[in-house]
Write a protein that binds this ligand. Sequence first.
Ligand code: GDP
Ligand code: MG
Length: 439
Amino acid sequence: KMSGVFEGLSKRGKLSEDDVAEAMREVRLAMLDADVALPVVRDFVNKVRERAVGHEVLESISPGQAVAKIVNDALIDALGGAGAVPLDLNAPAPVPILMVGLQGSGKTTTSGKIALRLSQRDRRKVLLASLDVQRPAAQLQLQQLAERAGVGSLPIVSGEGPVQIARRALDVGRREGYDVVILDTAGRLSIDEALMQEVRDVREATRPVETLLVVDAMTGQDAVNTAQRFNEAVGITGVVMSRMDGDARGGAALSMRAVTGAPIKLVGTGEKLEALEEFYPERVAGRILGLGDIAGLVERASETLDHEEGERVAKKMMAGKFDLDDYASQLRQINKMGSISGIMGMLPGMGKMKDILESKDADAVAIFRKHQAIISSMTKDERKTPAILKASRKKRIAAGSGTTVQDVNKLLKQFDDMSTMMKRINKMGLGGMKKMLSG
Ligand code: GDP
Ligand code: MG
């Protein structure tokens, strides 16, 4: 439905207020539908409108694609920017992680999931401790999870309060050489001052590196209030959204991020201990907009922009001004496409690189990746003027990119060949180039 609106924008030139208003009405509905809080939606829509109106639409993409891309990019930004934010474990062991949230939000389960992940993937020694003295079963629940995850759990001692248990957990953690101690707190059905005071006391006593708020993604709008209250009362360093396996579209993520400024770090995707994933803003953006269509539009817009980048570089080649930055830009696009056949349209002059072309696609892609790594280990000056690369610089670059000086030399040789060839093409003119590429 939404893509229809976007496709409907057909005028070229600058995006008009009408173009944008129409599209933004749909974006607004999609966001409300995804449970993004109303003030957050308003704010977002206004910002994007400002960004979009007057935006130059490139000849090659439709205004609809242009708006879709602006919306999508802005949403990813608002969700914290592309890429996942890892847990912060930068502190002397045992690193305390405090889990907070309402009852039933998934704190205990998530504690077990994080413990499993840290122990299996990151090879950390993890101790789980339940500070939930409200419900006797809660401590047993965590103990069982610890057994299933194959991590340590703090022996249960009756009669202790949350702060006492937390102190004991850190003591045991220190004595027994644990890397991480995860403190699972009790929740209440709703936020009250007693709960907040309890969490504050534990926080004071343990100085956690991460205070993770666990929120049920299905609670939608309520999640925002919860996040705001917890953040004001105890200060959170990150959010885990549980139950993203349901049909929640994840709008709460945007609201929570907007209200607390804390990154969403992880998402729970099921009841199993393995069901924990990093939070990728780019994926959730698509989910919030709720449309594969939008993704398609954005992709097409990106492809077109890639193509324009390709043409920009080609022009530079023709002018004899091609440098290693341009080469890296080409390599990025090659990596995106991952196949030689797709590359040829974008790389004038590459037709003569027989050794690469004759190898299998996979080998070529590996070589290109290596080249990218090497170039990104160079300084700006080195990329502009490769001639300054002498032995010591090459050694540094090889070390920085995990390659060898020989690899660096190979890249430079190839780059040299390309430059030489481009100069020849320039002399031949376009007709000659076509003949050469086909021959
Ligand atoms: P706590 O009260 O905050 O400690 O919540 P629990 O960890 O005990 O979880 C409450 C219920 O939610 C349990 O039945 C869990 O199995 C379930 N649960 C937790 N996380 C997820 C999730 O990511 N997906 C699903 N489907 N269920 C979850
Ligand atoms: Mg619990």
